[in-house]
Ligand binder design. Structure first.
Ligand code: MG
Ligand code: ZN
Length: 227
């Protein structure tokens, strides 16, 4: 019984990876660098994007795919940047799943003008567990961890912190009001993903966001160089 269950999970992940490769091919064909942005709910993904995507160099045309169980609150906010934004609701035909998978992303691709984009940010559903298990065809994975979440989170959700190339430590403007220990948070991060790139940022004040914007700006060139 146990073996069968494991087998089913492996088959599902194989199927996901096959579709992720199809997405990847589409992104490559259109020369789009793709980032999968993950975090717990409320860590500040959307506010960070509002800050970082505003002021991108003109030769980096960005678009966003917003993943949420329901509603278009974040897509509506990002539309104010006058960039292509598509909303993907997992509650609309995908069982209200708490993550995005490659197939969901694939169904949303026709609503994005890939030929006119250099950078696509996929904002995943807020969740520290299963988004890390599903590749969607991205080039890089970023996770946002805010200082209000507690220093122990890398140790409690190691897969998420291991599955990313960049960790944004957000809400550092709140540090004077918290007992949070950022050094311990970073030590715990290094315990599960030694030396992973990290940036201390405040989406609210904009501190550190320039460095994040530069990192995003470099994604399409990195992909182009690899192709
Ligand atoms: Mg959001
Ligand atoms: Zn899930």
């Amino acid at each position: 019984m146990h073996r069968t269950k494991v087998r089913v999970v492996e088959d599902a992940l194989d199927a996901n990876n096959t579709i992720a490769r199809a997405n990847r091919d589409d992104f490559d064909r259109h020369g789009v660098g793709v980032v999968n942005l993950m975090s717990a709910p409320g860590a500040g993904k959307t506010t960070l994007l509002e800050r970082a995507l505003d002021g991108l160099p003109g030769d980096v045309r960005a678009g966003v795919l917003e993943g949420d169980v329901a509603g278009s609150f974040d897509a509506d906010r990002l539309s104010l940047l006058h960039i292509p934004v598509a909303q993907l609701n997992t509650g609309n035909g995908f069982g209200g799943e708490c993550h995005l998978d490659a197939n969901m992303v694939r169904t949303a691709l026709p609503s994005l003008p890939l030929a006119d984009l250099d950078l696509l940010v996929i904002e995943n559903v807020g969740n520290l567990v299963c988004p890390a298990e599903f590749r969607v065809g991205e080039d890089a994975r970023i996770m946002v961890c805010s200082v209000t979440e507690g220093e122990d989170k890398p140790l409690k959700y190691p897969l998420m912190f291991r599955a990313c190339e960049l960790v944004l430590i957000n809400k550092i403007d709140l540090l004077p009001h918290l007992d949070a220990d950022v050094d311990r948070l970073l030590a715990n991060l290094d315990a599960v993903n030694p030396g992973v790139a990290r940036m201390l940022v405040s989406a609210r004040t904009g501190e550190g966001v320039d460095a994040f914007r530069e990192w995003l700006t470099a994604v399409p060139a990195r992909v182009g160089a690899a192709a």
